[in-house]
Design a protein around this ligand. Structure first.
Ligand SMILES: Nc1ncnc2c1ncn2[C@@H]1O[C@H](COP(=O)(O)OP(=O)(O)OP(=O)(O)O)[C@@H](O)[C@H]1O
Ligand SMILES: [Mg+2]
Length: 869
């Protein structure tokens, strides 16, 4: 066996335990990486790969980074799909005999990247976990930074996928035995597979109970959730393994059922552009962006949740609407509360950092400054007319004690770190006050010492300085060296002078330094005591933060309503939707000069349950569809809506589908995606749902597409014998004939006016179908060259004739335009010859009187004249 240094032996021992992480091995002021880790990290981080020592006769690859700059390096490695195990020196090198003890203190993973990256204030950072049981799936998710921890169970795999879409976890834990890692739908997530040996259901339950500090999961209402408990336990166990601490603020888990909320699948949320636009994937241009007038980070995050989970409970929705209404009407209330909200920091995350033991002095100051505004908010809300706001006022804990602890203990000007003291207020602790006196006295002593030495030696520019190498020293310039007394001990020669120490100076130095050291240590201890005291109250702080978030969202919705002229919707249990002068919340704001044209919509369960909407390209069909869906969604989160009046019969699910949207990333063809999504509507829609179909069927050949569109429309109309409210925009004009066979179908079109060669978009939805698409006119507007437009017009005409010409060529190819190479001979009857030919063929001459024959011949002549050939 080759020689191996003790350090390397220690390294290899630790590395063995963390084979799947990059090990950051602390050496003094650096983190060093070795072997394969060094190769990988140096490449990702763009730092030099060197070597240190040898192992089995080969050089050991090594790279290193300074520990004070580690955060950004860690963040980059994690972003590249790595985990980072941070190994620190866990004893003071001065005290240790032989090699310093080292241990991994934390493993940084995508879902626990709390300090290394600027966390986006508006987003939660979730880790989620899915576990499979015989008849269902369990899903848990947790935000370590706020302590939110929720669990659910669903029976269908599809629901898991949709729910994961809403949660959008940074990291997804799966259990090896479930074999879910091969599911294609999960390929976009960062997966972490917990292996069989380290995890099983019994362990999950034990770990969970232990974390929650309970002997029975019944108190959280999750004892029946077998798969849910496994999923939740997996998260806790993974956290304990990676964080090396028990997160104190995770003391409850909240069960929920997706059925308590409006069902919004991934495709719908994407199509409605709730959080991201489809093309740019930006936040601007989304419903969230329009509604987000919140003033606190937790308010912003809660609004996201409200949009992702609209309500289906009439009473709760009305409660929220009443609160928004009150905030909207009562300007004093709204402005008063919002002024206070504006001063409140991220209470949830401050609380999380306190509980995780990572709060800085500044964090506590921010906490205190936030708490300071709670009584004023409470007082404002107490007088409100809304019962929801009054309930919040009642429940709001103003955390007076926490405020006092910080106020009394922490200095207003406390620094960011605890390294240098200056954190704890004077008068807070007697012992500390003494030490502070001593350090201050020491400084006075030095000033005095300088004056005395100057007088005694006559050296006017004698001064005392301090450095880390030899502490306090006396500095004398070259010119005055002759006057230096003999008891000065020379320490260092400089270009311009020399440095000395004396015994007195060293004695005092010891006293000052030890006082300062003790002071810093004591401050750290006192700070930690305050922090722990607050951490013990984390549940109260969390509840307060949650209430403040609610107030923030409600007041923000009122602000938006006022700003954009929204009105309060009526929500009832009918199956109707009636919107007067509805607008699209996003597009109306995007149109600056041009004014948005409002539209009325009525859907009921008697005569017009399904609207077939036709109209030219660019007319505004998709806009109307989306605006109806958005208005319904807004109403059910408790927001006012962009309409003069809206009456919404409660909707349990919204399905929004756009034909032929590309999904190449997921490796499915456009048409396949479209059909998958349509299939899911047919399976999941109920008579209470709202279905928005935008050109479904267009991703395939015309006849196939039309047939599918028709059949889907029929199926929705006949759903459970009562049908489902549906808006169907289409360019298949044939669909307008559905009214003749299905009783609750109505045709509408978005009106345009043709003026000379141009079309004018009126943007008005009017009854009746259309028979033209004006696609070519729109193409002209879009800047397609005129020659191409002309040719397209000609082809269109050909198409509207018959399939083949008399020469057997495809009719589409014919041309009359100059320069055409097509040498198709046009016969006497021009393009309408076939119709005429068929006409003649079908005549039964032998049964006709001469007069009848003449009349028929006259008709033919007129027909030919009309066609102008
Ligand atoms: N009510 C309206 N008022 C003002 N502008 C509107 C209105 N509706 C739509 N628009 C404008 O017209 C554009 C096109 O609308 P939209 O995409 O809804 O048309 P479309 O009928 O679905 O067209 P296509 O058939 O090509 O899909 C919108 O981006 C918007 O700028
Ligand atoms: Mg459209």
């Amino acid at each position: 066996m080759a020689q191996i240094t003790p350090m390397l032996r220690q390294y290899l021992g630790i590395k063995q335990e963390y084979p799947d992480a990059i090990l950051f091995f602390r050496m003094g002021d650096f983190y060093e990486m070795f072997f394969e880790d060094a190769r990988i990290a140096s490449k990702i981080l763009g730092i030099a790969l060197t070597s240190r020592g040898t192992f089995n006769g080969e050089k050991v690859p090594m790279c290193g980074i300074p520990h004070h700059a580690s955060k950004s390096y860690i963040a980059r490695l994690v972003a590249e799909g790595k985990k980072v195990a941070i190994c620190e020196q866990v004893e003071d090198p001065k005290q240790s005999k032989g090699i310093v003890k080292r241990d991994v203190v934390r493993i940084v993973t995508p879902g626990s990247l709390l300090e290394e990256r600027e966390l986006s204030e508006k987003d939660n950072l979730y880790m989620a976990s899915v576990a499979k049981a015989s008849s269902c799936y369990g899903l848990a998710h947790m935000d370590l930074s706020t302590g939110e921890f929720r669990v659910t169970e669903v029976s269908e795999w599809e629901e898991i996928v949709d729910e994961l879409g809403r949660i959008n976890p940074a990291e997804l834990l799966l259990l090896e035995r479930d074999g879910l890692q091969s599911k294609e739908e999960l390929s976009e997530f960062r997966l972490e597979i917990l292996d069989r040996s380290s995890f099983n259901p019994a362990k999950a339950e034990a770990v969970l109970k232990d974390q929650l500090g309970t002997t029975s999961l019944a108190s959280f209402g999750i004892e029946e959730m077998k798969a849910g408990v496994v999923a939740a336990g997996a998260i806790v166990s993974y956290l304990q393994k990676t964080q090396k601490t028990n997160p104190e603020h995770i003391r409850e888990v909240v069960p929920y059922r997706p059925g308590e909320y409006m069902f919004l699948d991934q495709a719908t949320s994407t199509n409605l552009e709730l959080f991201r636009t489809i093309r740019r994937r930006s936040e601007e241009g989304t419903l969230f962006h329009i509604l987000d007038r919140t003033l606190t980070p937790m308010g912003s995050r809660l609004l996201k949740k409200w949009i992702a989970y609209p309500l289906v409970n009439l009473k709760t929705i009305r409660g929220r609407l009443a609160a928004v209404s009150d905030f909207k009407e009562d300007l004093l209330l709204r402005e008063g509360v919002r002024k206070d909200l504006d001063q409140i920091y991220d209470l949830e995350r401050l609380n999380g950092r306190v509980a995780l033991g990572r709060a800085t002095p500044r964090d506590l100051i921010a906490l205190r400054n936030s708490i300071e505004h709670l009584p004023s908010i409470k007082a404002h809300l107490k007088g409100s007319a809304s019962s929801l706001l009054c309930d919040i006022a009642e429940a709001l804990d103003t955390l007076d004690d926490v405020y006092r602890w910080i106020k009394e203990g922490i200095r207003d000007d406390a620094p960011v770190t605890l390294k240098e003291g200056g954190v704890i207020r004077e008068g807070y602790d007697e012992e500390l006050d003494k030490l502070i006196q001593l350090t201050r006295g020491g400084k006075d002593w030095i000033a005095q010492f300088v004056r005395e030495e100057q007088a005694r030696t006559g050296i006017q520019n004698l001064k005392v300085g301090y450095n880390k190498v030899f502490g306090y020293y006396i500095e004398v310039s070259k010119a005055n060296l002759k006057a230096v007394p003999t008891h000065y001990i020379r320490k260092q020669t400089l270009v311009n002078g020399e440095r000395f120490i004396t015994e007195d100076l060293k004695n005092m130095e010891d006293q000052i330094l030890s006082a300062e050291e003790r002071r810093v240590a004591l401050e750290q201890e006192l700070f930690d005591r305050i922090r722990r005291r607050i951490a013990a109250e984390n549940r109260r702080i969390k509840e307060t933060a949650a209430l403040i978030a609610q107030v923030d969202v409600l007041a923000a919705l009122a602000e938006v309503a006022e700003l954009y002229g929204y009105t309060c919707p009526d929500i009832d249990e009918s199956r109707e939707i009636e919107i007067k002068e509805g607008r699209h919340p996003v597009i109306e704001q995007a149109l600056k000069e041009e004014n948005f044209v409002p539209n009325d919509i009525l859907l009921d369960d008697k005569e017009q349950e399904m609207l077939i909407i036709t109209g030219p390209n660019m007319a505004g069909k998709s806009t109307i569809l989306r605006q109806v869906a958005l208005i319904v969604l807004m109403a059910q989160i408790g927001s006012f809506v962009p309409a003069a009046k809206a009456r919404i019969g409660l909707v349990d699910r919204i399905f929004s589908r756009v034909g032929a949207s590309d999904d190449l990333a997921k490796g499915r063809s456009t048409f396949m995606v479209e059909m998958n999504e349509t299939a899911s509507i047919l399976r999941n829609a109920t008579p209470r749902s709202l279905v928005i179909l935008d050109e479904i069927g267009r991703g395939t050949s015309t006849y196939d597409g039309l047939s599918i569109a028709w059949a889907v429309a029929e199926a929705l109309h006949d759903l459970e014998g009562v049908g489902v409210r549906t808006l169907f925009a289409t360019h298949y004009h044939e669909l307008t004939e559905l009214v003749t066979t299905k009783e609750r179908v109505k045709n509408f079109n978005v009106a345009v006016k043709k003026w000379q060669d141009k079309i004018i978009f009126l943007r008005k939805l009017v009854p009746g179908g259309t028979s033209r698409s004006y696609g070519i006119e729109v193409a002209r507007l879009a800047g397609i060259p005129e020659a191409v437009i002309q040719r397209a017009g000609e082809i269109l005409e050909n198409l509207e004739g018959q399939d083949m010409d008399e020469a057997g060529r495809p009719k589409i190819a014919r041309s009359k335009l100059p320069g055409s190479t097509q040498a198709v001979q046009l016969n006497l009857f021009g393009i309408h010859d076939n119709r005429l030919a068929r006409w003649i063929k079908e005549l039964n001459i032998s049964r006709m009187t001469p007069l009848e024959a003449l009349v028929e011949l006259d008709k033919m002549k007129k027909f030919v004249d009309e066609q102008g050939t």
